[in-house]
Design a protein around this ligand. Structure first.
Ligand code: ZN
Length: 505
């Protein structure tokens, strides 16, 4: 009977002497792994045809020059399936001790039972590696014929301080338990355990959460690969960027709301190199020919980092280094969905005042109010054009702030800012170089018109849409930026709101 250490040494020797497979990891995967109805709507052999971006990260399992793979990918992008497939390849081709670290032990158990084990059992090749004694395969500790896989939750770091491992898989690292003063963070402990192997490999994945989060920091250390597709018109490699998705600015109904059918019918991608229109069908073909390209020449050697996002706002936020509490989302439509989305990015902090609910600090829903809306500054008791209220959540566990603002008042402020610093208390209003004619068309969507108010016969000058067919949602975005700047005390509105002398009759 061999001791565990002897078994491991034997496993390593076998792994070293096993002939190196010539087949690519992608081909191995497509031949040997199946997706079940638990994993996909289209069960059957796994094909990467519709997910060409997983191929290169998969080959990293086999590439001796790669030590670290960082997948900074949005949700629903096959991160975990890519890890599972790579790990199956290891068990079949390069058996060596593996640790799979997840945010919690509870999550690890559930994942092992509902996703990992069914994935193995569907595959003839993987079933061959099961030991005769099935008791050696538990949810958290799995002794295959030639290697051992252990699942650990980042909240139980005591389980990390034991045997050495060659391969570390750390899934959803941004949700790992933070270190206490007495112990290093789970990820750090797990990385330590791979030190005794010269051929160790680390696979880190997560949906990015904060700029300081593990996944974004590891992404920055790597070679920062992004997925490029060849433009069908100019053949130049382009990154897919959300601002390049265009649609007919007139695709609105009588009330001025977007007509989704017409928006969809007219939507297309405009190549940022040649301005050619790329249809959805052309995009699908181009994506299949897509390639990852590194953008960081100063990467730590061997560290491949891949960024893939389905979440364009988050992507823009991270690219510009904007902190979570400076991101505002319009909640005028589908408020409940907006609230749920905002709660994904930020944290819950205890209230400074006793008896009040804890508060979410992060992405903030925003809502424009009627022209008479006014609130009081809690300190000075002076009226002000915005207020941090509370979003209506279905529970009372914590509070989600809702930034409300007086839209008409902010239109006045914006009008002054556009006239230049002399008319706006010295504040300069600027736009990025991307603002085009369409942008200014949106900004000019409203004009001030005199109107008789009610039966009193009083005349007021009121901001009104020029016409129901004039696009204005980028104007709303400008106003929301002003409200956000005011709540962060970057824009002293009272200075700008001073009446101009020449306007006094
Ligand atoms: Zn082009």
């Amino acid at each position: 009977m061999l001791t565990p250490i002897q078994t491991e040494i034997l496993d390593d020797l076998r792994a070293i002497w096993k002939p190196t497979p010539q087949q690519s990891v992608t081909d191995w995967r497509e031949q040997n792994l199946l997706l079940t109805s638990r994993q996909t709507e289209h069960p059957g052999p796994y094909s990467t045809a519709n997910r060409p971006y997983v191929r290169e990260p998969l080959e990293c399992w086999h590439d001796p020059s790669v030590t670290d793979v960082v997948l900074c990918w949005g949700s629903q992008t096959s991160k975990t399936t890519t890890l599972m497939a790579g790990l199956c390849w290891v068990i079949d081709n390069e058996p060596s001790p593996v640790l799979w670290l997840m945010p919690t032990e509870l999550l690890a158990r559930s994942f092992s039972r509902t996703r990992w084990m069914p994935f193995l059992e569907e595959s003839d090749v993987m079933r061959r590696h099961f030991p005769d004694d099935r008791k050696k395969i538990t949810l958290l500790e799995q002794h295959f014929d030639r290697c051992t896989l252990t699942f650990v939750g980042s909240n139980s770091p005591a389980n990390l301080a034991s045997r050495p491992i060659r391969i570390l898989v750390a899934d959803e690292v941004d949700k790992f338990a933070a270190a206490t003063s007495r112990e290093a963070a789970a990820l750090e402990l797990a990385l330590q355990r791979t030190k005794s192997y010269s051929s160790s490999k680390h696979f880190l994945t997560s949906t990015p959460t904060t700029l300081e989060g593990e996944i974004w920091q590891h992404f920055l250390q790597g070679d920062q690969r992004r997925f490029f597709i060849p433009c069908p018109h100019c053949d130049r490699p382009i990154k897919l960027l959300w601002p390049q998705v265009k649609w007919d600015p007139q695709a609105k109904d009588e009330s001025g709301a977007w007509h989704l059918g017409r928006v969809r019918a007219s939507a297309h991608y405009q190549c940022q190199e040649c301005a050619g229109h790329i249809s959805d069908a052309q995009k699908v073909v181009a994506v299949r020919k897509g390639l990852w390209r590194p953008e960081n020449a100063n990467a730590i050697p061997g560290v491949r980092s891949y960024h893939l996002s389905r979440e364009e706002i988050r992507e823009a936020q991270l690219a510009h280094g904007v902190t979570d509490n400076h991101v505002g989302i319009d909640s005028g439509h589908a408020a409940a969905d907006v609230y749920a989305h905002c709660l994904r990015w930020g944290r819950i902090v205890p209230s400074r005042q006793p008896g009040l609910l804890p508060m979410h600090v992060g992405w903030t829903p925003m809502k424009g109010r009627e022209r008479d809306a006014s609130w009081k500054d809690p300190k000075t008791k002076q009226p002000r054009p915005y207020c941090l209220g509370s979003a209506a959540l279905p529970h009372r566990k914590f509070r989600l702030p809702l930034l409300e603002f007086n839209g008409d008042f902010l239109l006045d402020i914006l009008a002054k800012l556009r006239k230049g610093p002399e008319r706006a208390g010295g504040f300069r209003w600027e736009l990025t170089g991307q603002a085009d004619d369409l942008y200014f068309r949106h900004l000019d969507a409203k004009v001030k018109k005199p109107e008789v108010i009610g039966r009193s016969g009083k005349v007021q000058v009121i901001w009104r849409l020029r016409s129901g067919r004039w696009p204005d949602h980028l104007l709303d975005c400008e106003l929301e930026q002003l409200a956000m700047a005011m709540i962060h005390r970057r824009l002293p509105w009272a200075t700008i709101a001073q009446p101009e002398k020449e306007e006094v009759p």
